[in-house]
Design a protein around this ligand. Structure first.
Ligand SMILES: NC(=O)c1ccc[n+]([C@@H]2O[C@H](COP(=O)([O-])OP(=O)(O)OC[C@H]3O[C@@H](n4cnc5c(N)ncnc54)[C@H](O)[C@@H]3O)[C@@H](O)[C@H]2O)c1
Length: 352
């Protein structure tokens, strides 16, 4: 049953988890990436509000609007996701927020839901789709750097969706976090060998799939650490050194406008310093080509997932997938969550 015009549905974290168990997040994300490649989305730039907490921690609030033109309806809304680097020490999740879904006809609120669960899942789904479409055939090993919320979402989803995965190396700058993380999953994922290693370099070495999910703002992974054939899903966006971007065989982004618009992150910095070109290869009259050290982005993930770009060339290619994180994925999943929660009567109805 849908809600009346002056009412909206509210879903807590537990409601979202319950509703998501009936939703195939991988296919919702794959369909949205395909619609992104067909320009059937609206994806304005996001607002970024940083501040220092009274206790001195680095905090931020992101406001991320987006819309998706599905065949069966128009999904439109806004995610706000807020984070404090001080939270971990206080045993709180680093990030939290809300996703607001609007009624496409009236623009009135239809659904308000806890955002972090879907945010982590849709990000893991992007990595899983990158692994399925651009990973080396039969990929068996993964290096997971950083053992927090995103790492957990990745490990659980990849264990399900990349069945050839058998070996996972874990590294966290805080060894207690790595031990706790391993302890939480080891019995529920008996098909995986989980090994904690003492350095990032050992985590990356010989891994078919490398997933940094840290909170660093300066790179530390050089090209030479990566073996031929590796796919890097650059989730936390700043762990790679520029030579990885320069020398990798295939460089894929989710959305060029988002990636190039953020000067705080590696690819945005490289673009603004003239070291990186958009997928079109042209910026301010400059073109990358033989004899220049300017690197061009090869494709968007939507183009790879929809088959418009081949992605990996051969088994020895080093592939980097730099998915900045698109609000349209949160909105698309929220649209499916709204319908499922309405059908199942999950959540509370609140008045405006
Ligand atoms: N690209 C996207 O779409 C997207 C989406 C969501 C989150 N993220 C990013 O993912 C990252 C992880 O998010 P989270 O919620 O899991 O954070 P979290 O705080 O729960 O976990 C981060 C972990 O990284 C560890 N860490 C920090 N620096 C490290 C280093 N140098 N080496 C190894 N480990 C280190 C921390 O100890 C912590 O355990 C954040 O940077 C976040 O912004 C990206």
């Amino acid at each position: 049953m849908t809600t009346a015009a002056n009412e909206f549905r509210y879903l807590t974290h537990d409601d979202v988890v319950r509703t998501m168990s009936a939703i195939d997040v991988l296919s919702v994300v794959a369909e949205t990436l395909r619609l992104h490649s067909e320009n059937r989305v609206v994806l304005p730039e996001e607002a970024y509000l940083p501040w220092r907490s009274p206790g001195g921690a680095a905090n931020r609030c992101l406001a991320m609007p987006g819309a998706v033109d599905f065949d069966d309806g128009f999904a439109v809304g806004l995610k706000t996701i807020n984070a404090s680097l001080g939270n971990t020490a206080n045993h709180l999740p680093r990030s939290q927020g809300f996703t607001l879904l609007l009624d496409a006809e009236t623009a009135r609120p239809r659904l308000l839901m806890e955002a972090a669960h879907v945010s982590a899942l849709r990000t893991a789904a992007v990595t899983a789709l990158a692994a399925q479409t651009m990973g080396r055939k039969g990929m068996s090993s993964m290096g997971l750097i950083g053992c927090g919320t995103l790492a957990m979402a990745h490990l659980r989803l990849l264990a399900e969706t990349v069945p050839t995965l058998t070996d996972v190396r874990l590294f966290d700058i805080d060894p207690v976090r790595a031990e706790t993380f391993r302890g939480e999953v080891v019995s529920s994922l008996p098909g995986l060998r989980l090994k904690i290693v003492p350095t990032a370099r050992e985590c990356v070495a010989d891994a078919d799939l490398v997933v940094p999910v840290t909170t660093v703002t300066e790179g530390y992974i050089p090209y030479d650490w990566l073996m031929p054939g590796t796919l890097v899903s650059n989730v936390s966006l700043d762990d790679l050194l520029p030579d990885v971007v320069q020398r990798c065989d295939v460089l894929v982004v989710d959305d060029w406008e988002l990636v190039s618009g953020d000067r705080r992150r590696l690819l945005g910095r490289m673009y603004h310093s003239g070291d990186l070109l958009p997928p079109s290869g042209i910026v301010s009259g400059q073109t990358g080509g033989p004899g220049t050290s300017v690197r061009k982005v090869d494709a968007t993930l939507g183009e790879v997932v929809s088959g418009a770009h081949r992605g990996r060339g051969d088994d020895t290619d080093i592939v980097v997938c730099n998915a900045f994180g698109m609000a349209i994925l949160d909105i698309a999943v929220a649209y499916r969550v709204a319908a499922a929660a309405e059908r199942a009567g999950i959540g509370q109805t609140l008045s405006l």
